[in-house]
Design a protein around this ligand. Structure first.
Ligand code: NI
Length: 248
């Protein structure tokens, strides 16, 4: 049930019996030699929509550009500054809360968003907490669910890709995009596993990880593996969404 595909009357009726909404959030940034620039937005959107369908929840518009300053030395990458992304999330949530949405379940596709999304939630909560006692404060709750961090996904990645999963431009995420969009698969030869480690700004990232990958071998990606990762992620987030909505 996509917000985009409803009329205002339909949204009003939905809010008569529910207050939850799934909010996909991704990123638009390099994903190594064969990963799509849109990997994190594509995966978060597809997984978020499948979760919404399974639980009968409304699904909001995808935030397709995230906090990816560290990828900016690679052509085609885009970023919102942390302060911009905080403002975007705050305005999305506050707009929808005005109409009666109360439970915001963000399905995230990008590790670089985590700290900023957490800061945005605290910005929203701080405004509610600072309101005068007795003020009419909506009972807003936000949750961030990183689709690749459910209980079973690391285990599945290990089974599929051993120690070649890595942490950026991973075979798991590339597989999911190959499953969703087989027409975009890029032919690529065998690779050695990319180096691991941390980084600071964009120039530093490119110096340490020249082709964009961190610790991964995405030449191992396949649509069949992508289907397994996708199905597992959706199943885990469906359960997690239900728990979130049922919280007292
Ligand atoms: Ni990614």
């Amino acid at each position: 049930m996509l917000l985009h595909h409803q009329t205002w009357g339909e949204v009003e009726r939905y809010l008569g019996g529910a207050s939850g909404i799934v909010m996909p959030i991704g990123s638009t940034e390099q994903h190594g030699p064969n990963g799509l620039i849109g990997t994190d937005a594509i995966t978060a959107e597809a997984i978020g929509r499948a979760v919404g369908e399974a639980v009968g929840a409304m699904v909001g518009p995808t935030i397709g550009v995230g906090m990816a300053q560290h990828h900016m030395a690679f052509t085609g990458s885009m970023t919102l500054r942390p302060s911009t992304l905080i403002a975007v999330i705050d305005d999305y949530v506050t707009s929808l809360a005005r109409h009666g949405f109360r439970r915001f379940y963000f399905v995230n596709g990008h590790g670089g968003n985590i700290a900023t999304v957490g800061a945005a939630f605290n910005e929203i909560y701080a405004r509610l907490s600072l309101a005068e006692p007795g003020a009419n404060r909506p009972d807003v709750r936000c949750k961030l669910a990183n689709w690749w961090q459910g209980d079973g996904i690391p285990k599945l990645s290990k089974e599929l890709f051993g120690d070649k999963e890595g942490s950026h431009a991973t075979p798991s995420e590339v597989s999911v995009t190959q499953f969703l969009h087989p027409e975009t698969i890029k032919p690529v030869g065998p690779m050695t596993v990319a180096p691991k480690g941390g980084f600071h700004d964009a120039a530093d990232y490119r110096r340490r990880f020249p082709d964009g990958r961190i610790g991964s071998d995405p030449s191992l990606a396949s649509p069949a593996a992508g289907k397994r990762v996708f199905d597992r992620a959706v199943a885990e987030l469906v359960e997690d969404y239900r728990k979130f909505i049922a919280e007292p």
